[in-house]
Design a protein around this ligand. Structure first.
Ligand code: SF4
Length: 346
């Protein structure tokens, strides 16, 4: 554990251990955790910590991030640019639900990304570093602060911002432990979705660590290994069959559908062989295919689909009996839609 940790990123047992180490005693951990996460107080404001507050403050790290700028879009979403302490920038997107007061936050997990998916602006950056668990939880705290006084509340998290969450496994695991802990302001497990290209060993660990409490979105993007390897270089050592086996081996509550993400790239992944393969992959899985029309970005070699091509994709899946929905990208007007997050471009 670092000497001056960012407390926001410490799961409750680690917080207790740290308090023990600085002579405060682990019995104060639940109170401190509750004060930080449920009541969102600064350490010196937390009641009943008394003289310990000064000791804790003297040993802890400072705020992991601040909101550098906000970019509202006409569709209601807001892209937040977060400034990290080392000068790096990452982004999050606030996505208000239509028709109620609930808001989803799209969370980043890395500065850049190593996965280099062919259709993704973030993938062109390469990986600078993983975020710490405090920087991940800090995005959630910052989002809640943004919503204060708006009459809206943050109820859902999707780990679909910059980075591949399972590539940054340890900080993401710790952040999830903090965010799901009942001593804080916990998100319901079904309200937290982790999106992944499908790193099978990490999927196994996620299953072991959370026992199916995390909703998954798998970046499928193709129904044949050949096309998938072309679009997702990170998947070149894993066949669709191996990925499917890994998912089926994971504990998953029966009532929650697995999300299979397919970025629609006309002329690349919209042929019959792709839809047949996607239907085979989804068969017997309680899965919904999210068709995501490609979001263009400068320098990309793909074009976005026309409305007819989107309609054809929807029909191709329906004819094969695959539950699906077209996810019209939100935040497109401010470059905050999926695969467009390249912090610093604002
Ligand atoms: S789609 Fe996700 S995993 Fe792929 S390069 Fe972009 S951020 Fe990384």
């Amino acid at each position: 554990m670092p000497d001056a940790p960012d407390l926001l990123g410490l799961p409750l047992p680690a917080l207790g251990e740290w308090l023990e180490g600085i002579g405060v005693g682990r019995k104060h951990a639940p109170r401190l955790f509750r004060g930080l996460h449920r009541d969102r107080l600064a350490v010196h404001e937390i009641p009943d910590l008394g003289r310990h507050a000064a000791t804790i403050t003297a040993h802890m790290g400072s705020e992991p991030l601040t909101v550098a700028s906000r970019h509202p879009s006409p569709d209601g979403s807001t892209r937040l640019l977060f400034a990290l302490r080392d000068g790096a920038r990452v982004e999050g997107v606030l996505l208000p639900n239509k028709g109620n007061d609930r808001v989803t936050l799209c969370v980043s997990t890395q500065v850049g990304c190593a996965m280099a998916c062919a259709f993704c602006a973030t993938g062109t950056l390469g990986l600078a570093r993983d975020l710490s668990s405090a920087e991940i939880v800090g995005q959630v705290h910052a989002a809640r602060a943004e919503l204060q006084g708006t009459g809206r509340r943050l109820t859902r998290l999707v780990f679909m911002g910059m980075g591949e969450p399972l590539h940054a496994y340890v900080p993401v695991r710790d952040a999830l432990k903090v965010l799901l802990d009942g001593h804080g302001e916990p998100f319901a497990a079904r309200s937290v979705t982790v999106s992944t290209v499908g790193l099978v060993d990490r999927l196994r660990r996620l299953g072991e660590d959370f026992g199916g409490r995390i909703q998954l979105a798998i970046s499928l993007h193709a129904g044949t290994d050949e096309t998938r390897r072309r679009l997702l270089p990170a998947a070149r050592h894993t066949s669709l069959e191996q990925l499917r086996d890994a998912i089926l081996a994971m504990p998953r509550p029966g009532d929650r559908a697995l999300m299979l993400e397919v970025v629609l790239l006309p002329g690349v992944n919209d042929g019959d062989a792709e839809w047949d393969g996607i239907a085979r992959f989804a068969d017997g899985m309680n899965a919904v295919v999210n068709v995501i029309p490609f979001n263009p970005f400068p320098g990309s070699s793909f074009r976005p689909p026309t409305d007819d091509e989107i309609e054809r994709a929807w029909r191709a899946l329906r004819e094969r009996g695959v539950a699906n929905k077209v996810r019209w990208p939100r935040g497109r007007a401010v470059d905050g839609a999926c695969g467009q997050l390249v912090a610093g471009s604002v």
